[in-house]
Write a protein that binds this ligand. Structure first.
Ligand code: 3PG
Length: 227
């Protein structure tokens, strides 16, 4: 029988890294070098999205070649995709909206889930199911930091992963929010670097993202007031 995974520990690891890179694969072959670049850049997490037909095979390759990279499935729209990605080695599922069937399947199967939430009604559904972590998407289009601050009143126990329009420049402001546990997005994987298979470019983007995140994570850990 499969060993029960420790979702609280995985969540802590994400919080410690502070960044969840969105990976949309352009081929099966690029999965491993791209994930290795994330790891080398200090961001050993990959949210491989179902936005390309290479997602599942890519997950399998990353899982077998780079077992230390925390593998998540992104843009999961249904239970079939969730099941297939866990079978391919993913430890977590990220959804663009609050999909009840996917969330409940994850909860029933002890799979870490970060459901997409944008409005208080979505956050309430997550909260009612006992979740205290969710994705906030699309962050910039739905009011960004201002909305997160507003949500911190009624949902004081909830922490978010803002994604959608998060970049190197605004990631600091997001991370400084007390209800943000990490930021997500495609910015650690610049599309030009990916197209050119310039893995060093991805290493650099990840190092820069970490450079921004690290002092904020440290300050938050020590309850140092920065904003
Ligand atoms: C997501 O699904 O998290 C977003 O589409 C990421 O958006 P970005 O490309 O602006 O980071």
């Amino acid at each position: 029988m499969k060993k029960k995974q420790d979702n609280a520990r995985l969540m802590q690891e994400i919080e410690q890294i502070g960044i969840v890179p969105l990976v949309t694969l352009r081929s099966d072959e690029e999965a491993v070098p791209l994930a290795r670049a994330l790891q080398e850049g200090g961001v050993p997490v990959a949210e491989v999205t179902f936005r390309s037909p290479f997602a599942l095979e890519g997950m399998k390759r990353i899982h077998s070649e780079l077992p230390d990279v925390m593998l998540m499935a992104g843009t999961v729209h249904n239970v079939e995709q969730a099941e297939a990605s866990v079978a391919a080695g993913c430890v977590g599922i990220v959804t663009p909206s609050f999909d009840e069937a996917v969330v409940d399947w994850c909860l029933d199967n002890d799979v870490m889930v970060l459901p997409g939430t944008a409005a208080p009604s979505d956050v309430e559904k997550a909260y009612d199911r006992g979740l205290r972590r969710a994705k906030f998407f699309p962050a910039e289009a739905y009011g960004g930091v201002k909305t997160l601050k507003a949500l911190s009143g009624p949902f004081a126990e909830m922490k978010f992963l803002p994604t959608g329009g998060v970049n190197l420049k605004n990631s600091a402001e997001y991370l400084m929010q007390k209800n943000v546990f990490a930021v997500g997005g495609s910015f650690p994987v610049p599309s030009d670097s990916q197209k050119a298979q310039d893995w060093d470019g991805i290493v650099t983007a990840c190092k820069l993202a970490r450079h921004v995140a690290e002092p904020i994570i440290l300050a938050k850990k020590q309850d140092f007031v920065i904003a």
